[in-house]
Write a protein that binds this ligand. Structure first.
Ligand code: ADP
Ligand code: MG
Length: 415
């Protein structure tokens, strides 16, 4: 009998309780509050964020929780503890600098200190010191943005505690202010943690809407809600965490990003999203690999535009469901064949989900491991998960894990 593991999301009450317990156990007093930020999956629009295209993410019900208290004495010391890491880390906020400088911050504290550093660079602050405890049910390194969830939980906490007045509340978010928090979190990841990120992850965590997907335009930074109500049609969004051993390889990411930038300059546009005539643009590229990379980006931008107009035009049934399925499948195949960022685990998950009757399946996130998604009839979810586990076993892959997700609320204070 095949068994499988699903990763259930904590309720916000449970997350609050867990992280408050950790705070009290560690620091022996009560936090001032608890803040949370979700992980995300991108439905479509992959590797287009840094090319100025559009993405369609949802926030996950899986969240990172931060219990925080301000130091009264302005010591500019961060004390950090996480249920997902060892020990208590101390960081002097006066000694935080870019990852390639002598003031580099080691370990996961870089994501936390980086947010404070980036906000100070923008003229918010200077901040006092903080005690922080972290707990999370967002899988690590699964392409579901645990790093952005960590940054964004810190950003909304500091926004409230230091009264920056940027993000508003979960129920009444200030989207313009949240854009500034997104920039700070991106800078934390790029400049302090030294990891490449295009902004999709942080925008999703801070700017998504409960019950909806969002269209994120990575060129002008605008977002708007997009209908994505699978439950109404007895459909499930299944996330398959492949547990593949290799995570997003920075060298591979950078080489694809460079190929896109170089192609844009050959074509004579600032960003590939500015290309208006795909055929003519591709005809200018002589390097075969570069041609394929650009063909993925341009075709993915087109598929994403189509997906947005399908989702805008009515519920997910009949021809609209078929259209989304074809776009999901086309996206994966292009990422596999042209962008070459999939791996055997991702391809297997997608193939098996399709054979089991999925209405479209694709990898999501950066690739080289991480997660895949599939739209599945509710009554086929169980059989699909078993079929994937079986075929992973046959191939000797790590055991995958599954998340059943609906679009959740953005980052903010837990009430
Ligand atoms: P992803 O964002 O896809 O999950 P990343 O490699 O970008 O994967 O980020 C994972 C890193 O983020 C971890 O290695 C760790 O440094 C940090 N991180 C994320 N969540 C936590 C947490 N709850 N506690 C401590 N560190 C965390
Ligand atoms: Mg990440």
């Amino acid at each position: 009998m095949t068994t499988y593991t699903t990763v259930t999301a904590w309720t916000q009450k449970e997350g609050e309780r867990r992280v408050t317990d950790l705070f009290i156990d560690t620091y022996h007093y009560h936090p001032q509050g608890v803040w949370q930020a979700p992980g995300r999956v991108n439905l479509i629009g992959e590797h287009v964020d840094y090319n100025g295209g559009k993405c369609v993410p949802i926030a996950l019900p899986h969240r990172t929780y931060a219990a925080v208290a301000t130091h009264d004495d302005n010591d500019r010391l961060l004390r950090l503890v996480s249920r997902q890491a060892d020990g208590v880390t101390e960081i002097d906020l006066n000694k935080v600098g870019p990852y390639d400088s002598p003031q580099k911050v080691d370990g996961w504290g870089a994501y936390v200190a980086g947010v404070l550093w980036a906000l100070e660079q923008k003229g918010y602050g200077p901040f006092p010191g903080y005690d922080i405890a972290i707990d999370s049910c967002v899988p690590f390194g699964a392409g579901l943005s645990s790093s952005a969830a960590l940054e964004c939980a810190i950003a909304v906490a500091v926004d409230d505690l230091a009264e920056l007045g940027l993000g508003g509340s979960v129920d009444d978010p200030d989207d313009e202010g949240r854009k500034i928090l997104v920039e700070a979190c991106m800078s934390a990841e790029n400049d302090i943690a030294g990891a490449n990120t295009g902004g999709l992850d942080q925008s999703s965590s801070l700017r998504c809407r409960e019950g909806k997907a969002i269209m994120l335009d990575c060129q002008d930074g605008s977002v708007r809600p997009v209908e994505f109500d699978l439950g109404a049609k007895n459909l499930t969004l299944l996330v398959i965490d492949t547990k593949a051993p290799h995570s997003l390889n920075d060298g591979q990411y950078a080489s694809r990003r460079n190929a896109c930038e170089q192609a844009a300059s050959i074509i004579g546009v600032e960003l590939l999203a500015d290309v208006s005539d795909t055929e003519a643009a591709l005809a200018q590229l002589n390097d075969k690999e570069q041609y394929k990379r650009v063909r993925h980006v341009l075709s993915e931008i087109e598929r994403t535009d189509k997906a947005i107009s399908v989702l805008d035009s009515g519920d997910l049934s009949g021809q609209r469901l078929e259209a989304i399925a074809a776009l999901f499948n086309g996206s994966h195949d292009s990422l596999r064949d042209d962008y070459e960022v999939t791996c055997p685990e991702l391809d297997t998950a997608v193939d098996v989900a399709r054979q089991a009757g999925a209405h479209g399946a694709r990898m999501t996130g950066g690739g080289f491991g991480g997660s895949a998604i599939a739209i599945i009839d509710n009554d086929k979810v169980d059989a699909t998960m078993k079929a994937i586990v079986d075929s992973y076993q046959e191939r000797g892959f790590n055991e995958p894990e599954f998340l059943l997700v609906t679009p959740a609320a953005p980052a903010g204070r837990v009430n």
